[in-house]
Design a protein around this ligand. Structure first.
Ligand code: NAP
Length: 289
């Protein structure tokens, strides 16, 4: 019987019984003795860093991807390893095909398996220019990093997961795409960013529809405004807007808020869901009159 995403197969990781959800990092899951393998793109800083550390705590062996900040990437991997987990920092630009291949190969060669891809790496609009001034060069960079890279990395990872599921090396797979409230709330000085994040929603449901029969669940995690290097330049603006109540939970989102949503997905707290968008935004998505 083919495994359905999130189903409670006895081989499923973090399966449905409460006590199994509490299984610690290196206890046997009964499926095989190796740790589950994950890739977190942009795992060196901000949201990706919190996700990588959370996955390390949950017993995943983690490829911590970075593009430029090697120290930050190695620091995250070192923290996971120091806590008794398994991680390696791997440089790679998600917009480059060879680098994407290298990321997947690193997980397979070091961990022997790939159970989870978190498409987190992303950049904001270069120069945050008004859309009447936006350049093709900026568009190409943003689209390569935020959309083309995640799509083709998901394709690569999914094909490997399908192979591993059929070989019974892994029980199922998961792909989590980190989008943004900018996918539906427009900023006219970040047109390319908004468009890539909107498209990530479509990408998620496309992948979810195709991959369910293969045993791979696909989710979109949609953060609101989260405190990170990306939002540091607009900190004062959001301090003010938060105080004025732009979203009902009046605080900055933290990277750990997003990591917890990812944890809930990988622990199979959504066993009958796929293609789902999970908002982590303090309630920003609520429309009021
Ligand atoms: P951040 O603090 O700027 O960190 C960006 C991360 O992505 C870094 O680890 C960076 O690596 C990596 N990265 C950038 N370009 C890359 C590339 N071409 N290939 C591989 N890695 C690359 O960003 P963040 O705030 O954590 O955001 C993470 C994700 O959440 C993004 O997709 C962003 O759009 C989304 N998001 C953020 C917010 C927010 O308010 N912060 C809200 C909604 C959605 P290096 O360290 O090597 O530079």
């Amino acid at each position: 019987m083919p495994f359905k995403p999130g189903g409670c197969s006895p081989r499923a990781v973090g399966a449905c019984r409460g006590e199994e959800l509490l299984v610690g990092p290196r206890e046997s899951t009964g499926e095989n003795e190796t740790m589950r393998g994950a890739i977190v793109t942009g795992g060196s800083r901000g949201i990706g860093r919190a996700i990588a550390l959370e996955l390390g705590r949950l017993g995943y062996a983690v490829v911590v991807n970075f593009v430029r900040q090697a120290d930050a990437g190695h620091d995250v991997a070192d923290q996971i390893n120091a806590a008794g987990g398994m991680a390696l920092a791997v440089q790679g630009d998600v917009g480059a095909a060879d680098d994407r291949t290298r990321l997947v190969r690193a997980a397979l060669e070091r961990f022997g398996r790939l159970d989870l891809l978190v498409n987190n790496a992303g950049i904001t609009s270069l120069g945050r220019k008004d859309l009447l001034e936006a350049t093709e060069e900026g568009w190409d960079r943003v689209f390569a990093t935020n959309l083309k890279g995640p799509f083709f990395l998901a394709q690569l990872a999914a094909n490997e997961m399908i192979r591993l599921i059929r070989a019974k090396t892994i029980p199922n797979g998961k792909i989590i795409n980190v989008s943004s409230i900018s996918g539906y709330a427009v900023s006219t000085n970040r047109a390319d960013y908004c468009m890539t994040k909107a498209a990530m929603g479509t990408m998620t449901v496309l992948l979810a529809q195709r991959l369910a029969e293969e045993g791979i669940g696909v989710f979109e995690v949609c953060p609101g405004v989260i405190e990170s290097d990306m939002t540091a330049p607009v900190k004062e603006k959001y301090d003010r807007l938060i105080a004025e109540g732009l979203w009902p939970i009046r605080r900055w989102g933290q990277p750990e808020d997003v990591a917890r949503a990812v944890a809930a997905i990988v622990l199979d707290y959504f066993p009958f869901s796929t293609g789902q968008r999970i908002d982590v935004d303090g309630g920003f998505h609520i429309r009021t009159l």
